[in-house]
Write a protein of this length. Structure first.
Length: 376
């Protein structure tokens, strides 16, 4: 194997597959990146127990300026190899496999010889044999991930809650995440998709997927196998394992009737909660209180060790019963950030029942739920 190509373009591909490579693995070869050269181009593969990423750099890519002298394959220690390539002196570099799986890396006057591993020993990626496939715009998928993945559980005590539950039924793609204290649900209508889908994808996989997608990608194909899902763009394949088990029925958690409703501009409310949480974070219990009456709406943050804050909030409109409710400001901040610059309606039943947050326009397509904190 021998190839010369543009270093910067190669590093971009390497960074993408490195997202799937862990230094903590029981299979030593998986700390490496698999490099495969054909006359069509260069394929890089990285994998761990949960995700595998394969990228393809075409020989016809003008920016890569690839000169292929001999095809072949090798596995190189990913982190170490990446550091070498980043520090090479010239814009282009040459990669050549010499005897005994050794690799010669040259650029300008610099030359490295590093030990590689036989690519035949690298585990094979799952073979996709599926009828369950769906194609959606990359923009839609990224939005779906950013609006739900923050609410997955970080605790392995209930593994199923560490993932995002995606279902497709009657041309509605629904993504739900909950850690049992809060919930985020996004619904997106799709054009005629015949298949039904019901899968739970690890939140960590979705975060890495979102980071791996290029801005130039327009569409993404999603294929589902028994315990794997494959996301595929023109130049990348991203495999993730699926979580096993039954996701809880979250529909019954979302209330439909309320006693108090209030509308806010998201940026103004977010700024106020950030101010109030400055104190609550310093204290032992991270809680802020919202007090709603006909006359005014006040946000309180109180930390006996540090001090207290009180702010009268500006709101668009309010209706229903007066209410005092306490909640974790971090949950509220994460929820508000997912909405962006818009107006939201927050609807309450009582001080001890979960409350919902929805955009005032396009309701039902995006809803979040936060469980209040009981105070004496």
């Amino acid at each position: 194997m021998k190839v010369t190509l543009h270093r910067g373009i190669f590093i971009q591909e390497l960074q993408t597959v490195q997202r799937a490579i862990s230094s903590k693995t029981t299979i030593p070869i998986l700390t490496g990146v698999k490099i495969q050269l054909s006359h069509q181009g260069l394929t890089l593969t990285g994998s761990n127990a949960d995700i595998s990423i394969e990228t393809f750099l075409s020989a016809t890519n003008e920016k890569a300026n690839m000169q292929i002298e001999q095809t072949g394959a090798i596995v190189l220690q990913a982190r170490f190899f990446g550091e070498i390539v980043r520090r090479l002196p010239e814009e282009t570099f040459t990669l050549e496999v010499i005897e005994n799986n050794q690799v010669l890396i040259t650029s300008g006057k610099a030359s490295f010889t590093v030990n590689g591993l036989d690519a035949d020993n690298y585990p094979h990626l799952p073979v996709v044999e599926t009828n369950q496939q769906l194609t959606i715009p990359v923009e839609v998928l990224n939005q779906l991930i950013s609006e739900t993945v923050f609410a997955v559980s970080q605790h392995e005590s209930r593994p199923i809650l560490t993932g995002v539950h995606m279902t497709l039924k009657n041309n509605q793609l629904v993504a739900v995440a909950t850690d049992s204290h809060r919930l985020s649900q996004r619904t997106i209508p799709l054009e005629s998709q015949s298949d039904q889908i019901d899968i739970v994808i690890p939140g960590k996989s979705l975060t890495e997927l979102s980071r791996s997608l290029a801005e130039t990608d327009e569409q993404i194909d999603i294929s589902i196998m028994e315990n794997q899902v494959l996301f595929e763009t023109e130049t990348m394949k991203f495999y993730s394992r699926l979580l096993e088990g039954t996701y809880p029925d979250t529909n019954r958690l979302i209330p439909t009737s309320f006693n108090t409703e209030i509308e806010f501009s998201v940026p103004a409310l977010l700024a106020a909660i950030e101010r109030a949480s400055l104190l609550s974070h310093e204290g032992r219990n991270n809680i802020v209180k919202l007090s709603i009456t006909d006359q005014d709406v006040i946000l309180y943050g109180n930390s006996p060790e540090v001090g207290k804050v009180e702010e009268s909030l500006s709101y668009d409109k309010v209706s229903g019963d007066p209410l005092d409710i306490s909640f974790n400001p971090d949950y509220m901040k994460a929820a508000l950030r997912a909405f962006g610059d818009t107006t939201i309606a927050i609807k309450f039943i009582s001080a001890i029942r979960p409350f919902t947050i929805e955009p005032t326009e396009g309701q039902a397509s995006f809803i979040q739920l936060i469980t209040p904190v009981r105070t004496n």
